[in-house]
Design a protein around this ligand. Structure first.
Ligand SMILES: O=C(O)CCC(=O)C(=O)O
Length: 268
């Protein structure tokens, strides 16, 4: 495999494209699992109305158009990150090699792979201008590898990147009124130079955790499915620890509480 990352562009801009047939192959494995799982979910949630489309993109778009209370696509959002084929992407040599080319001596997972599903017109989870360093604070060298699963057209919302902004230190954040998480650059950032990244089938975008970036808007009638792999560098980590802790889900905690009650243990 030849090195798929333009390291000079990465040093200068804080982001660069990874382009290789292995990127398309890695995505295809995850997408096949997602299509199969989406069909399974559709049958369980939508019964006789379940669509049965040939591609993951069409399947999700049909589920989204026909579902009640977003129940089927919400289940996809919950379940996709648990698929072994999705978790396995963190170990794909093409991404590990790109992280190493970006200067990480010993890449380790900063989170499990994150899957975003942005429904047509949905703005609930779009991110304002921010850096990702806030979520790590462990190793100075850390990167995100961002990719679309399925075709990403320009009206589906690119990720917007501010070239060179990775040379800044951690910028102060302020509470983000519209969002679920506490982040947004506190100062006014001039985003007129932002570039919209629309990686193709055999491409993914690698960016420095200090790069200022934000979500684009999905104004299409399709579901935008994107995935992020995040790596810290164990070699330069300030502490020998992790930045994420798998824990029991809300589902398990609620079921456990119900069982404890049924077995006669008081809740207080
Ligand atoms: O996918 C997006 O829209 C934005 C992703 C993002 O903000 C991030 O990876 O930190």
């Amino acid at each position: 495999m030849t090195m798929a990352l333009d390291t000079e562009a990465f040093e200068a801009n804080g982001h660069a494209c990874i382009r290789a047939p292995e990127v398309a192959a890695a995505k295809a494995r995850a997408e096949a699992a997602m299509l199969d799982t989406a069909k399974h979910i559709a049958k369980r949630v939508m019964g006789a109305n379940a669509p049965d489309e040939a591609t993951r993109g069409h399947q999700l778009a049909a589920m989204c158009a026909q579902e009640t209370d977003q129940a089927a696509t919400r289940a996809c959002y919950e379940v996709f990150p648990t698929l072994p084929e999705v978790i396995a992407l963190i170990n794909a040599p093409v991404f590990l090699d790109a992280a190493k080319a970006a200067g990480l001596e010993r890449p380790v997972a900063r989170t499990n792979p994150l899957v975003r599903l942005d429904r047509p017109g949905d703005v609930r989870f779009t991110t304002p201008l921010h850096q990702d360093y806030w979520y790590s604070l462990l190793s100075d060298r850390a990167v995100v590898i961002w990719m679309a699963l399925g075709p990403l057209e320009d009206n589906m919302g690119a990720v917007e990147l501010l070239p060179g902004s990775h040379k800044r230190d951690l910028v102060a954040f302020k509470p983000y009124e519209a969002g679920h998480e506490w982040f947004e650059c506190a100062e006014e950032i001039d985003a007129s130079d932002a570039v919209a990244a629309l990686p193709g089938r055999d491409e993914a975008i690698l960016f420095d955790q200090r790069l200022i970036h934000r979500s684009g808007h999905n104004s299409s009638d399709k579901v935008r499915v994107t995935l992020q792999l995040r790596y810290n560098d164990l070699a330069t980590a300030s502490h020998l620890t992790s930045t994420f802790t798998p824990s029991l889900s809300r589902h398990v905690l609620t079921r456990q509480a119900e069982l404890l009650e049924r077995w006669g243990y008081s809740n207080g």
